[in-house]
Design a protein around this ligand. Sequence first.
Ligand code: SF4
Length: 380
Amino acid sequence: MQVARVRKAAGKTGHAAAEPPAPVIADAAGLRRRLVRWYARAKRDLPWRRSRDPYAVWVSEVMLQQTQVERVKEFYRRFMARFPTVRELATAREADVLKHWEGLGYYRRARQLHAAAQAVVADHAAEFPRTVAGLLGLPGIGRYTAGAIASIAFDLPAPIVEANSRRVLARLAGHDEPVGGTGDEPIWELAAAVVPRKGAGVFNQALMDLGAMVCTPDRPLCGGCPLAGDCAAHAAGRVAEIPVMAAARAPKQIRETAVVTRHGDRVLLVCRGPGEWWEGLWDFPREPHGAAGESIGHVRYGVTHHRIECAVVQRRVTRAATPAAESRWVSIAALESLAMTAPGRRIAALVADQPGDHQRATVSRGQRAANRLGRLRGGG
Ligand code: SF4
């Protein structure tokens, strides 16, 4: 039984070098065999795995960035039913693409997907480049996505590093330096060293599945792990300590007020502009925290490392002013069909719970009648 080990870094003099030791895996060939054998019987049945079409691989990989697998499944089916080929995505209106992305969050991914589809059609005759370098030239395609498409769709020996494979590789090699950001460089080198010349797509997916199903962040199932004999962290009893994550950025707290300007059954929306979060999506305008209006609730949401506490106020107006270029009046019934930001959608739900002008008139007539009755009874 071969055990993976950490290579001791040594300079030419034989003294330990100042650089942290580069992680290595001793028996890469045996590890590949064991992992792929395990994958053949244990792999997850995921809708995007039924195709090796680079377009399908790419869409699924982009959706899977920052979104859980279970949640992606339904969005993936819907998206692929609407945009089954790269040409159909390239020629779609951006608002339509964003609408089909709604609920997945991180809309920048959808916009880049759209832009990259247009680049594939315009510059590559609707064929995906068949090299990692070519894939990296497309908008929004980074090292991980390029590696995933190259290995899964084209079976090129391209490494991948994402949260699951990074954890598995760091543990296998007993790599106890901080990972994340530039700290991932040694893991990329390790991934490149272990990826096979043939069958790279299967190997990469197996690594990710092992991380998702066995080598989980908390309480990994080392007892049932096909790579337990290869694993330095397991051998050293240090599984709980590895990987060491680089310190996360402290969250930034923001307070703001969303203003629902309402004229009858219409509300005023603003389209988020270039450089703003959720560019191209509709939302309710924001004002500094404490802005005046009738309070109708609160929403809390997070964007990157920001934690936002948003008060929602309503202002009813009797005259619908001509909206600015990036704004428009929308009937409350039509909000459902618009591509909206995640907090905008939640604010829309608060708006829908408010009585309309007709109901308010009925309520106030009823209230006036009740007051009159009370005065008569009380002799007032
Ligand atoms: S033995 Fe444990 S820590 Fe090592 S790869 Fe397997 S599940 Fe992960």
